[in-house]
Write a new protein. Structure first.
Length: 482
């Protein structure tokens, strides 16, 4: 056949080593990767004695599918420096995701105190603006990390996020909450999140799933510690000082993160050398990734996934109080969610390196839909049913969140990770901007029926999310391990 004759002309001896070199060189062409993989499967070597062993060929194809565009680059994949970065990212994400994972606590409190006279849909704009700024700002935060490394966005993000929390402590009106919590803290998170997550990818390839899972466990830990802290401090020292304590702890965590993390931009992003900062940022903001159908489907999946999860994470505490449970019980539902999330961010991420990242995230999306339809909708009024839902949903949701960066990296070159991750979440941000006001409008006056309709809406969105992830998985590859 043509492939075999061409191979003979280039490599007359048909040695196994030459075939491997040829295969590795071909994988550098991103646009033709699916055809390359197919051609690798069909190459026929004439000499049985020197033909590539079937098992070895299968392993080569699996590596291409699992490690994507970064295969061939050198990553430490372990060692003291690499795991020090993981520790620093863990502490940084504890502060970064804590404000996001505590949205439900803040929403439930201000709905019954400072903003008690306003409709739920109006209050929802505070947190809609926060999530919009967080993800839309990633289109700048990701490229800044790609261009300048982790230190600069880490410092700027820490100042904005912690400053926003301090401002929120003194807020009395809805526009003050929007400016402090929504805009200022949101921009800070936008700079922190892609940088702290992305720096781990600079150090790991084959163990990237495990490393990012370990780092993102800090986010779940913060989601356990801070709601419990608020539950204890609100009655003792009041809202304002509770938020200030939260801000001071965040300052300490982000300072430790700054001291521990370091990037490898000098080795990875050589193409940026000699350019000004603005040129480097402009070069990193690129929508051409959407020419790749894998990236298009993944972005759609992330859009609906965040659309679904934001409703659950934000309105679950107020849902619990609408069922007659105490505010304290409402806060504990978030603790249960995030405690289960620690399992979801670690164990599935570890196995995803072996069974496939897209396989794992698709199964997790299915479990979210099942938990919504089969547990929350029919049994949410029962305290035991509610906690069972928190466990299954929390673990599954955390799995999808922890694997989004890994899956994006699998279909991207490492130097493009920041811009692809940020660009995807720029589009996700528009969903997050409107989903909480929509959820608040569905809830209406806070009646039981209003919350039932909100749960039904979350069920439909989670089902759509699963369908999109399934389409993404088979667009990436029809192989067994993806």
């Amino acid at each position: 056949m043509l492939e075999s004759s061409l191979l003979k002309q280039v490599f007359p001896k048909n040695t196994k080593e030459e075939y491997l070199i040829r295969s590795a060189a071909m994988t550098l062409d991103i646009s033709q990767e699916p055809q390359i993989l197919e051609s690798c499967k069909t190459v026929e070597l004439d000499s049985p004695a020197t033909a590539l062993d079937t098992t070895e060929e299968s392993n080569l194809l699996q590596e291409n599918e699992l490690f994507g565009m970064d295969k061939g680059q050198k990553f430490p994949d372990g060692g003291r420096k690499a795991y020090t970065v993981v520790l620093g990212a863990n502490l940084g994400l504890m502060a970064t995701f804590a404000i996001m994972n505590s949205m439900g606590v803040v929403e439930s409190y201000i709905m019954s105190h400072q903003l008690a006279e306003l409709p739920t849909s109006t209050v929802g704009w505070v947190f809609g603006v926060y999530t919009f700024m967080t993800y839309a700002g990633g289109i700048v935060g990701g490229p800044i990390f790609d261009a300048l490394g982790v230190k600069y966005p880490l410092v700027a993000g820490a100042i904005l996020q912690c400053g926003g929390i301090f401002a929120t402590a003194n807020a009395k009106t809805v526009w003050q909450f929007v400016l402090g919590y929504g805009v200022m803290a949101g921009l800070g998170t936008a700079l922190l999140m892609p940088s702290v997550i992305g720096v781990v990818s600079h150090w790991f390839l084959k163990r990237r799933g495990l490393a990012l899972g370990m780092a993102q466990m800090g986010g779940s830990a913060g989601g356990i510690v801070f709601p419990l802290m608020f539950r204890s401090l609100f009655p003792k020292i009041g809202y304002a000082w509770s938020m200030r304590v939260f801000a001071f702890i965040s300052v300490v965590l982000l300072l430790c993160c700054f001291l521990l993390v370091r990037d490898r931009n000098d080795e990875i992003n050589e193409k940026f050398s000699g350019k000004s900062v603005w040129e480097r940022v402009k070069a990193s903001i690129d929508f051409s990734g959407f020419k790749d159908p894998r990236y298009r489907w993944l972005t759609c999946s992330l859009f609906f996934n965040e659309f679904s999860l934001m409703i659950n994470y934000t309105y679950l505490p107020s849902y619990a109080t609408s069922r007659g449970f105490s505010d304290s019980t409402g806060y504990l539902t978030l603790v249960a969610l995030n405690a289960a999330g620690m399992i979801g961010r670690s164990i599935p991420a570890h196995f995803s390196d072996r069974i496939g990242r897209f396989n794992t995230i698709t199964v997790a999306a299915l479990m979210i839909a099942i938990s919504n339809w089969a547990i929350w909708l029919p049994f949410g009024s029962n305290i035991y049913g509610l906690y069972v839902f928190c466990g299954i949903f929390g673990a599954s949701a955390a799995t999808t969140l922890s694997l989004t960066a890994i899956c994006t990296g699998q279909i991207s070159r490492v130097e493009d990770f920041g811009k692809r991750f940020g660009t995807a979440y720029f589009f996700v941000a528009f969903g997050n901007l409107i989903v909480l006001p929509i959820g608040g409008a569905i809830i209406g006056n806070g009646s039981r029926n209003g919350y039932n309709h909100m749960v039904l809406f979350a069920c439909c969105m989670s089902t759509l999310t699963f369908v999109c992830f399934l389409a993404t998985r088979f667009t990436v590859s029809r192989g067994l391990i993806v």
